[in-house]
Design a protein around this ligand. Structure first.
Ligand SMILES: N[C@@H](CCC(=O)N[C@@H](CS)C(=O)NCC(=O)O)C(=O)O
Length: 208
């Protein structure tokens, strides 16, 4: 059994979506990051940077931190969405999500959504970078069905929950035809809908 220690954020939703997709038996343990539960010593032992998500694979008695590493682990363990012959390509799009898309859109959330009016520089910088990310993803997804090619992979699973915050971004997903097509197609997967509603609150995926 897999235990997912998480909060209801895009990085957390990546893993619940993956667990639903591969149909593994799992339970969610909520870490309240607004109440600093991530800094508790017992959590920090599992996650040295005090960040969710973390998984514990109770059968193997191991734990993992960093969502990209967790997706790779689950992809290897399940044999799904991480095809051995496609790994060179999947890894590039996955690392792009981890190092660029997530951190930049995360800053955009901080300046534009949570703290508007506090820093003109921050708001404008991350708005422009986020717009650029939409364009870059759109270019790729206008030529390729999924990020790493013709198959849906862990790179798509990592990226999707970030684009699902598109209403916060105020960039206008509709304008980006390739990206919107990809988003809609993934939104329609039953496992994605269940995994997205990580805390079983009846949360729906925002429409395009
Ligand atoms: N690179 C990490 C980022 C994880 C991350 O930023 N987690 C945030 C929530 S989305 C967190 O735990 N924040 C609490 C904190 O930094 O104190 C991953 O992908 O797992």
């Amino acid at each position: 059994m897999i235990e997912l220690l998480t909060a209801d954020t895009p990085n957390g939703k990546k893993i619940s979506i993956m667990l639903e997709e591969i149909k593994f038996d799992y339970k969610v343990t909520k870490i309240n990051i607004l109440k600093d539960e991530q800094f508790k010593p017992e959590f920090k032992k599992l996650s040295p940077f005090s960040k969710i998500p973390v998984i514990i694979d109770h059968d193997k008695k191991i734990s993992l931190f960093e969502s990209g590493a967790i997706l790779i682990y689950l992809g290897e363990k399940s044999g799904k969405f991480y095809d051995k012959n496609q790994r060179t390509t999947i890894n590039q799009w996955l690392m792009g999500q981890m190092a660029y898309i997530g951190p930049m859109l995360g800053q955009h959330h901080q300046f534009h959504h949570y703290n508007p009016g506090k820093s003109e520089f921050g708001e404008s910088r991350y708005f422009k970078i986020s717009e650029r990310i939409y364009k870059e993803l759109d270019e790729r997804l206008s030529q390729s069905e999924f990020l790493a090619g013709k198959d849906y992979t862990i790179a798509d699973i990592a990226t999707f929950p970030w684009i699902a915050r598109h209403e916060w971004h105020d960039i206008g997903l509709k304008k980006f035809k390739g990206l919107a097509r990809w988003y809609k197609e993934i939104s329609e997967r039953e496992a994605v809908q269940i995994g997205y509603d990580l805390l079983n609150k009846g949360e729906k995926i925002p429409e395009v």
